[in-house]
Design a protein around this ligand. Structure first.
Ligand SMILES: Cc1ncc(C[n+]2csc(CCOP(=O)(O)OP(=O)(O)O)c2C)c(N)n1
Ligand code: SF4
Ligand SMILES: [Mg+2]
Length: 293
């Protein structure tokens, strides 16, 4: 029987200048793709990836195409860290301790349905690397709000804006005593690269939380993914830091923080906000930074 014709792929944004480690079927401008790309570049080929239901699972496997060039398991939504635990122990039993076992999961799979398994694996200090790519919605099922959605963002399930604050999963992971916890963003790839390198050297539970915008859910032109992510970091809406063996360090400090309105103004999901509401968001960011200092 002739081999099936390859499925058409959507071209990737020209702004991602990384080598094509991944060739998935993500939408153009998908922030999750460079996050996966750099992971594959840094840790491949001695890596196995467990990915719960999510956009990443969808763009990683389609029909007969697999994007990753390493063992890849598309796992059920709620228990990727439990599966990773089993795989880790299986590799160890075979003496394959140098293989990195990595969970690559969305924010809903991390902060909501997968949280129990995540907390369990962190408490047991399992020797796995967990990467949450955060597009701040459950995008694979049309963009419902998650507990990682930011306050006031409009989603299909919160048409008037999310009424609660974004859950701070990295801090919760640090409170578990995990040896390495860090945040990252696809606008600051060198910072992300360093954190992947550091995480790869440490044994025990490691957690990276990467901000990976989705042009469709956030409402901006697909070619602006890097600019939008950079605005998140430079306004202080997303803070780059690490907890290395319990010691907290900021890894990027904007010289002059840009006003929050420059970030929210780029996205339709915040288009309903009044100047007063933007001011409230600004005050919250100012408070967070004062606390950090
Ligand atoms: C037990 C269970 N409930 C619901 C779903 C449907 N489902 C698949 S992916 C998904 C959302 C995933 O959101 P997230 O983890 O943020 O990843 P994203 O899709 O945003 O990349 C949901 C609700 C499922 N697969 N399994
Ligand atoms: S819907 Fe958004 S998160 Fe999902 S693949 Fe497309 S751009 Fe990426
Ligand atoms: Mg998501």
């Amino acid at each position: 029987m002739p081999a099936p014709a390859p499925l058409p792929t959507i071209p990737r944004s020209r702004r991602f200048s990384l080598p094509p480690v991944m060739k998935g079927t993500a939408c153009e401008g998908c922030g999750a793709l460079p996050a996966a790309d750099l992971l594959a570049e840094m840790l491949g080929p001695r890596m196995a990836v467990i990915c719960p239901a999510s956009c990443a699972a969808t763009f990683s496997l389609s029909y007969t195409n697999a994007s990753w060039k390493v063992p890849f398991i598309h796992w059920i939504f709620e228990s990727a860290p439990a599966a990773a635990t089993g795989l880790r122990h299986a590799y160890d039993a075979r003496g394959m301790r140098d293989v990195h076992v990595v969970c690559f999961a969305g924010d809903s799979g991390t902060a909501d349905i997968g949280f129990q398994a995540l907390s369990g694996a962190a408490s047991r200090n399992e020797n796995i690397l967990y990467i949450c790519y955060d597009n701040e919605v459950a995008m694979n099922t049309q963009g419902q709000a998650t507990s990682s959605s930011p306050a006031r963002a409009r989603t299909p399930t919160t048409p008037k804006g999310v009424p609660t604050l974004k859950k701070n999963v990295p801090k919760i992971m640090a409170a578990h005593g995990a040896p390495y916890v860090a945040t990252a963003a696809v606008s600051h790839l060198e910072d992300y690269r360093k954190k992947l390198r550091r995480a790869a050297r440490i044994r025990g539970f490691r957690y990276l939380h990467v901000l990976t915008p989705c042009p469709i859910a956030w409402g901006y032109p697909h070619q602006d993914t890097i600019e939008v992510t950079r605005a998140a970091v430079e306004t202080g809406m997303w803070i780059l830091y690490e907890f290395d063996q319990g010691r907290m360090k900021l890894t990027f400090r904007p010289k002059r923080r840009r006003p929050v309105k420059e970030y929210v103004g780029l996205q339709r999901r915040f288009g309903h906000l009044t100047p007063r509401e933007v001011q409230i968001l600004q005050k919250k960011v100012d408070r967070d930074w004062r606390e950090l200092r």
